[in-house]
Design a protein around this ligand. Structure first.
Ligand code: RM4
Ligand code: MN
Ligand code: MN
Length: 431
């Protein structure tokens, strides 16, 4: 991991903090050993777990009612890359940033690449945007992009995707994520079958333009902004698209893109079963596409999702190579702090899933012992793994407590001086 130009992580050097941590970790390792679990193998797994940071989540988000930016937030892609590099430095597990085009200004690719090298970060999936009209864009997406009845609008949307792919190639991306806002707000507004067919045809052309070693992710979302009928509204529609496009097309599961009470781990299991689970946009939600910090509302569900992923890895399921990405809107929290908290939450959920005794679970399932099967999962879930994930980070040069370490750096105050207020490129409304 390349160093950034910031000071060392001061509180981590406090011998008392370090001593307390070592005691907590030793106790946990001992307890796990007594239960037949090995702390070291879980640490190794957590250290292999990598996430991509969304460039659009590094600045303050907003709702359609308002936006309340904070001092020192990023205004340019360079700023966002600096912030992303710091999140990586403190967590030791977020080495890539995902670009959103055209929100991210990548006019000068050479400059973007040299910033990335200097900061020690790479690029993840590129994300297209046909859900807004851009200034100087000839045709409007008001009535859809790929689903639009007008061939000229569809062509414009395809051309946009081709440009996004070109940018992705130049920065070394290996995937294109396509989320479409296409749909209708009123019955009768568009043909339900025709709109889906048009999306499929456009995606075919886009898929054909992606390099052979890329994946294309289709991302569904049940409603908003199309409140009556979204074209790619559920995982079934997303799966139909991915299956008709080809092997390199897979489905993306954004945790906020499900109707209330959907069993998302079951969706994940279904997609895994057919080799079509492409990856995640991690976040959490109470009601809809709330874009809250992962693990803040339904941490048990997050654990159960990771349990499916750990099982898939153990069983070496064909096509299993999930891309772990975050997609959140930080309306109230400092975006960097929220991302640090998110990475920690995901590391914890993953570590807990690694602690499940799979042989024991399988035997309780086989004998139909419902309560013991559930207890096997709960035992892992209820383990306090915080010292373990802290140790995994520490050994890779990250922070024991990333949020406290970030606060101690005084980074935001320093950036408030370096980055005087300007027009921000943050996600403008709640999408
Ligand atoms: C959408 C979806 C996409 C994201 C946009 C900004 O709701 O989650 O993944 O790119 O928001
Ligand atoms: Mn998303
Ligand atoms: Mn979303």
């Amino acid at each position: 991991m390349a160093a950034t130009d910031i000071a060392p992580i001061a509180p981590e050097l406090d011998p008392a903090v370090e001593r307390d941590h070592q005691r907590d970790f030793a106790e946990l390792a001992d307890r796990l050993e007594r239960g037949g679990r090995d702390a070291e193998s879980v640490i190794a797994a957590v250290q292999r777990f990598e996430l991509a940071l969304p460039s659009w989540a590094l600045a303050t988000g907003g709702t359609r009612f308002g936006r309340f930016p904070g001092a020192g937030e990023p205004h340019t892609l360079r700023h966002k890359m600096e912030d992303a590099a710091l999140v990586h430095r403190l967590t030791a597990s977020a080495p890539r940033i995902a670009l959103h085009i055209p929100w991210d200004d990548v006019q000068d690719i050479g400059e973007v690449l040299s910033d990335a090298r200097r900061l020690g970060i790479g690029f993840d999936a590129v994300n297209s945007n046909t859900f807004q009209d851009q200034p100087e864009q000839p045709l409007s997406y008001k009535l859809g992009s790929f689903s639009n009845p007008s061939a000229a609008v569809r062509r414009q949307a395809i051309e946009h995707h081709l440009r996004v792919i070109e940018i992705g190639k130049q920065v070394g991306s290996r995937a294109l994520s396509v989320w479409l806002a296409d749909g209708s707000n009123y019955p009768g507004q568009m043909s339900l079958r025709g709109s889906f067919e048009r999306v499929r045809e456009c995606l075919q052309e886009v898929y054909a333009a992606t390099p052979d070693d890329w994946r294309l992710f289709t991302e569904h979302k049940p409603y908003e902004p199309a409140t009556y009928a979204t074209v790619v509204q559920d995982w079934g529609s997303s799966l139909l698209l991915a299956q008709s496009l080809g092997d390199r097309a897979q489905c993306l599961v954004d945790l906020g893109h499900h109707l209330p009470n959907t069993n998302i781990e079951l969706v994940v299991a279904r997609l895994l079963g057919v080799g079509k689970l492409g990856g995640f946009h991690f976040n959490d939600s109470k009601y809809g596409d709330d874009d809250l910090t992962a693990g803040s509302i339904k941490p048990y569900m997050l654990f159960l999702i990771f349990h499916e992923l750990v099982l898939a890895e153990r069983e070496r399921l064909p096509g299993f190579d999930p891309a772990y990405m975050i997609d959140q809107s930080h309306n109230l929290k400092d975006p960097i702090e929220s991302l640090l908290q998110t990475v920690d939450q995901l590391q914890q959920a993953f570590a807990k899933a690694c602690l499940v005794d799979h042989d024991e679970l399988a035997s309780h399932q086989a004998s139909g012992d419902v309560i013991m099967a559930e207890r096997t999962l709960k035992r892992a879930y209820e383990t306090d793994v915080r010292p373990l994930v802290a140790e995994a980070r520490r050994r890779r040069g990250g922070a024991l407590d990333p949020v406290l370490a970030f606060r101690a750096l005084g980074y935001r105050a320093q950036k408030a001086i370096e980055r005087p207020v300007a027009a921000s490129t943050a996600r403008p409304t709640h999408l």
